[in-house]
Ligand binder design. Structure first.
Ligand code: NAD
Ligand code: GLY
Length: 374
C-alpha cells in the first residue's frame, strides 16, 4: 500500500461500505461543536453511553452539542475497565434504553475508549434488532482502531471479544483534544495499534512513526493528528475490502494472537490491550523470523520502536508449571483458530502480512525466547 492520503484537506476519512458507508471526522474541537452531529438519523431521543471516568470529563459537553438535534438526551455511565466488558455491564445499557422508553430510532453515542465503544456497538446491534449509533472515541487506541470498522463485542471468561456482532456506526468523531487528558500508559497502549499499521501495510508510515515517536509520546498535536488520520485511512482501506474478515481484515490482528493470550491469561485489565498487542507484535515478528520470512534486523527494529512507545517487549509467565502449554491453550480459543489449529498474522515482508499456522515447537521457542524471567 502507498502512503498517499486520499482526502487530506477535510479532516475526514471515508469508509466505503456501500449503504453502510460513513465518515470519520478527525480534528480538534469536534466534540462540542453541534455541526459535528448534523445529518445523523432523525430521532426523538439519544442515549449517551460512557463510563465513570469519561463522564465527568466530557459527557456534559457532548450533551450540550446534541441538544439542538434531539429533544431528549439520556445518559448511562458504566463501571470503567476491561474487566467490566461483560454481559452484566451490557445489561446496564439495555436497562437504560428500556427505562427511558427508547424506541428503534433512538441514536446511541459511545463516548469513551474501546471498551465503551465495543459494548455500545453491540448493544446498538441488538436493541430492537438494531438502532443507529455514533462512535465518539476518546482514547488514542479507539481513535486509530476500535471505533472504525464495526467490530463490536464483550468478553467471555474463556476468551476475549468472543460474543459480538459486525455492526457499523453512522459516524466516527475523533476529537484530538480529548487525548490531552489520557493517562500516559493509555497513550502508549494506543501507540501499539498505530505501530501495527506499518509492518502490515505501510512501511513509509512506519518510517514516519520512527522519526516522530518522541513527538507522539509528547502528544504533539500535529504528530497525533497525522497518526490518527493515517491509521484510519489504512483501516478504512482494509475494512472497505473485507468488512467481515473473510481474509484480508485478519492482518489487523498482527500481534493479537499472542496478545489476547496475555490479556486473558493475566486476567482482563492487568495488561492493557495495547500493551499486550505491543508485546504480541514483537512475538509475532520473532515467529515471522523463525519461519524465515523476515530477518533479525526487522525484529530488533520493531522491538526498539515498541519499547520507545513505552510498551512492554517481554512476555509474562502465564503458568509457572507449563507456560508454553498455557499460551497454546489460550491461543486455541482465538477467533482465527480453525479446528483447534492456531493461526498467526505473520509479516512475510516488511509492509505486508499474511495469516498462517506454525509448528507448535517453533511457537514454543518464540514464547520461551520472549518470556520475562522472574
Ligand atoms: P478503555 O476503553 O478501557 O480506555 C482506557 C482507559 O482510559 C479507561 O480507564 C477509560 O476510562 C480512560 N479514558 C478514556 N478516554 C479518556 C480520556 N480522554 N481521558 C482520560 N481517560 C480516558 O481502553 P482502550 O484502549 O480505549 O480500548 C481497549 C478495548 O478496545 C479492548 O476491549 C479491545 O478489545 C477493544 N478493541 C476493539 C477493536 C475493534 O475493532 N472493535 C480494536 C482494538 C481494540
Ligand atoms: N482491530 C481488528 C479489526 O478491526 O479487525
Amino acid at each position: 500500500m502507498t502512503s498517499q492520503t486520499p482526502d487530506s484537506s477535510l479532516g475526514q476519512v471515508h469508509i466505503d461500505l456501500g449503504d453502510r458507508s460513513y465518515s470519520i471526522a478527525i480534528g480538534p474541537g469536534l466534540l462540542d461543536a453541534p455541526a459535528t452531529y448534523a445529518h445523523l438519523p432523525v430521532a426523538t431521543s439519544a442515549l449517551i453511553v460512557t463510563n465513570d471516568t469519561v463522564a465527568p470529563l466530557y459527557a456534559d459537553r457532548l450533551t450540550r452539542a446534541l441538544e439542538s438535534h434531539y429533544p431528549r438526551i439520556h445518559l448511562v455511565s458504566l463501571p470503567d475497565g476491561e474487566s467490566h466488558k461483560t454481559w452484566e455491564t451490557l445489561n446496564l445499557i439495555f436497562d437504560a434504553l428500556l427505562t427511558h422508553g427508547c424506541d428503534r430510532k433512538t441514536v446511541m453515542f459511545a463516548l469513551g475508549g474501546g471498551v465503551v465503544g465495543d459494548m455500545t456497538g453491540f448493544a446498538a446491534a441488538s436493541y430492537m434488532r438494531g438502532v443507529p449509533f455514533v462512535q465518539v472515541p476518546t482514547t488514542l487506541l479507539a481513535q486509530v482502531d476500535s471505533s472504525v470498522g464495526g467490530k463490536t463485542a464483550i468478553n467471555h471468561p474463556l476468551g476475549k471479544n468472543m460474543i459480538g456482532a459486525f455492526y457499523q456506526p453512522q459516524r466516527v468523531v475523533c476529537d484530538l483534544d480529548t487525548l490531552k487528558t489520557l493517562p500516559p500508559r493509555e497513550l502508549s497502549a494506543g501507540l501499539a495499534e498505530v505501530i501495527k499499521y506499518g509492518p502490515i501495510a505501510d512501511m513509509a508510515f512506519y518510517d514516519w512513526i520512527e522519526s516522530r515517536m518522541d513527538a507522539l509520546v509528547a502528544r504533539d498535536p500535529e504528530a497525533l493528528g497525522h497518526a490518527v488520520r493515517r491509521s484510519c485511512e489504512i483501516k478504512a482501506w482494509v475494512v472497505g475490502q473485507d468488512e467481515r474478515e473473510g481474509g484480508l481484515r485478519a492482518i489487523l490482528n498482527f500481534g493479537h494472537t499472542f496478545g489476547h493470550a496475555i490479556e486473558a491469561g493475566m486476567g482482563y485489565g492487568q495488561w492493557l490491550h495495547g500493551e499486550a498487542v505491543g508485546c504480541g507484535m514483537v512475538m509475532a515478528a520473532r515467529l515471522s523470523a523463525a519461519l524465515g520470512l523476515v530477518d533479525q534486523a526487522f525484529v530488533e527494529r520493531l522491538t526498539a520502536l515498541v519499547r520507545r512507545a513505552g510498551l512492554p517487549t517481554e512476555a509474562p509467565v502465564l503458568d509457572a508449571k507449563d507456560n508454553v502449554g498455557r499460551y497454546l491453550a489460550l491461543m486455541r480459543v482465538d477467533k482465527k483458530a480453525e479446528a483447534g489449529e492456531i493461526k498467526f498474522v505473520v509479516i512475510d515482508r516488511p509492509g505486508h502480512a499474511r495469516v498462517q499456522s506454525a509448528p507448535d515447537d517453533l511457537v514454543a521457542r518464540v514464547i520461551n525466547t520472549s518470556v520475562r524471567l522472574p
